[in-house]
Design a protein around this ligand. Structure first.
Ligand SMILES: Nc1nc2c(ncn2[C@@H]2O[C@H](COP(=O)(O)OP(=O)(O)OP(=O)(O)O)[C@@H](O)[C@H]2O)c(=O)[nH]1
Ligand SMILES: [Mg+2]
Length: 460
């Protein structure tokens, strides 16, 4: 399928850079590119997948706009499956803008977000799950999430889905053959026991994939985590410790932090969105109380709380009052200032927070940081700290589809148990096959495609 119009976009991020890349794709890509490009040397023709050095000419003024490298990737061996031309220009915003305008004047139109990738999908260069992984790859914040995106991009998730689908198709064929030809002698029937066994196998596979979703989502999107506690307990020091830099202001004056400071830290592969906040207390200070309001709002939207207490204070009444107000969050109690806490204080800390997940650290002397990282990881991943499987689903669209397919298979099992006619089983199996096809895009609607590709950046 070749879409008729030719699209172009600046493919590198907005701002200044060493180089900036402009991408053109479509049936007129070569024609347009050759109209604006003048090579430094004469060539009989431009070959596919070679670099050519030259200038971009502005015919209106007969001046050159920029020195560039041009690469032509002829269809079908290109990212989109269409003729693609890329110009590597200097990375100035104005230069790139002028070159794009020139290309537009020659008949291309500006690409919509994700349109290059969408064309790659429509031209069967990649399937839908692979296309979705492009955005995961671009946004990956840690090596682990990068790996998960790469595996999906290589098509391993799609292969897995197709295998499950084939299993269902095979079972369906047997059941339908039985329905159509059950009175003919040479059709070897399939026993109920065999059907049950196969349905079970299929359900195992879908559920195994579904069980990776929670971790997959955390790997991809990260987890948002608020550092909470009374003033002066060492919240900002903790942020700096985990970041390994002096990011937040630390002073002995209670009420130092007012604005929320947000940073992403890599905790063993999990992107942790960490927020340092204003210490919680009754205060007359107007600015500080606004800060406390901000804190409470962020707390609501977060999944995890690092609750910092000062062990050396040996008085945790106020801390517990705050702690009692936190619901539905993963909480880690952090006993800070262990370096100046005496034995008695330490014991009472351990006793009072006995039932909580807790870590003792010294943010000042960089003690306990590794244990804290491990605890955050375990807490985020919900105790399931095994080697993550290679194929992980992290996309809510995939999860919903798998759940629907899983439900259809469960209904087929029920029909079998209730000794209903094979037709009832067949209907559910067809439903499951159709749903699974939506993951790889064997079946799609324009609506679904729009929703997926509109999340991309322009030029991708
Ligand atoms: N001895 C010791 N002092 C610490 C430790 N961590 C922090 N401090 C000191 O405690 C004081 C307060 O630290 P901050 O990190 O600013 O505390 P905070 O909780 O962010 O305070 P507010 O922003 O005012 O709520 C500073 O003087 C730190 O140097 C620690 O582990 N041991
Ligand atoms: Mg602070």
């Amino acid at each position: 399928m070749i879409l008729s119009d030719t699209i172009c976009a600046i493919a590198t991020p907005f701002g200044e850079g060493g180089i900036g890349i402009i991408r053109i794709s479509g049936s007129d890509a070569k024609k347009i590119a050759y109209a604006v490009f003048r090579p430094k040397r004469q060539y009989k023709r431009f070959e596919s997948r070679r670099l050519y050095y030259g200038t971009i000419l502005n015919p209106a003024y007969n001046t050159s706009l920029d020195d560039v490298l041009m690469a032509v990737m002829e269809r079908p061996k290109s990212f989109t499956g269409e003729d693609v031309v890329e110009f590597q220009c200097h990375g100035g915003q104005l230069v790139l803008q002028r070159v794009i305008e020139l290309i537009l004047r020659h008949g291309a139109r500006l690409a919509e977000p994700g349109e290059f990738t969408k064309r790659a999908f429509l031209n069967s260069k990649i399937d839908l799950a692979q296309a979705e992984s492009v955005i995961d790859l671009i946004r990956a914040k840690t090596d682990l999430s990068l790996r998960a995106a790469r595996i999906q991009m290589e098509g391993q998730l799609s292969q897995k889905i197709n295998l499950i689908k084939e299993d269902i198709v095979d079972l369906l064929v047997h059941i339908e053959a039985e329905l159509d030809f059950s009175d003919e002698e040479d059709v070897t029937g399939i026993s109920d026991l065999e059907i049950e066994k196969r349905l079970n196998g299929i359900k195992n596979e879908t559920q195994k994939l579904l069980s990776t979703y929670e971790e997959g989502r955390i790997l991809k999107e990260g987890i948002s985590c608020v550092i909470l506690g009374r003033p002066n307990v060492g919240k900002s020091s903790l942020l700096n410790l985990l970041l390994k830099e002096e990011r937040a202001i630390v002073t002995p004056i209670p009420g130092t932090t007012r604005d929320i400071i947000e940073e992403i830290v890599n905790i063993k592969g999990i992107p942790l969105r960490l927020m340092d906040t204003a210490g919680l207390r009754e205060t007359q200070d107007e600015v500080e109380s606004i800060g406390i309001r901000f804190t409470m709002k962020r707390l609501e939207a977060s999944q995890m709380v690092l609750f910092v207490v000062d062990i050396s204070s040996n008085n945790f009444e106020e801390d517990i009052k705050i702690l009692e107000k936190i619901f539905n969050k993963k909480i880690i109690v952090i006993g800070n200032k262990i370096d100046i806490a005496d034995k008695k204080a330490q014991d009472s800390f351990r006793k009072i927070f006995k039932r909580m997940t807790k870590v003792e650290i010294s943010a000042l002397l960089d003690r306990g940081a590794e244990e804290l990282r491990q605890t955050i990881y375990t807490e985020a991943m919900g105790q399931k700290v095994y080697e993550l499987p290679d194929i992980i689903i992290s996309n809510v669209r995939h999860k919903n589809i798998l759940e629907q397919a899983d439900k259809a298979v469960a209904k087929a099992e029920e029909a079998l148990k209730d000794r209903l006619s094979g037709e009832f089983i067949a209907v559910e199996l067809k439903e499951a096959i159709e749903r699974l096809g939506e993951i790889t895009g064997a079946i799609t609607t324009e609506d679904v495609l729009d929703r997926i590709f509109s999340q991309f950046c322009i030029g991708k």
